[in-house]
Design a protein around this ligand. Structure first.
Ligand code: FES
Length: 97
């Protein structure tokens, strides 16, 4: 009955407030989930959709923790670049003793 409270090493917050959603925020969530699956990082990296982060002028916005990297006007190219630099490389480093 009780589930363990597991937390991921990294979290990608994707704003899906109305403005970000309109400008592709929802697709970015799918894109990141696809990357996580493809790289076998399920359980280590999680995507969390957020409501408006109050940066609508920069929509769509994402944030990667724990590096605290924010991306503005995020398209697939920017998303991939940030993922490679702040999720993949850092996660790979953590696995190396
Ligand atoms: S809707 Fe994303 S910052 Fe406002």
């Amino acid at each position: 009955m009780s589930k363990s409270f597991n937390t991921p090493d990294k979290v990608i917050y994707v704003c899906t407030g109305s403005k970000c959603k309109k400008k592709g925020g929802k697709d970015l969530g799918k894109f990141f989930r696809g990357m996580i699956k493809e790289m076998g990082l399920k359980g280590q990296v999680e995507v969390v959709k957020t409501d408006c982060t109050d940066r609508c002028d920069f929509a769509p916005v994402t944030c990667m923790q724990p590096d605290n990297i924010w991306t503005a006007h995020t398209d697939e190219r920017k998303a991939k670049e940030a993922f490679e630099q702040h999720i993949l490389q850092q996660t790979a480093k953590q696995e190396t003793p």
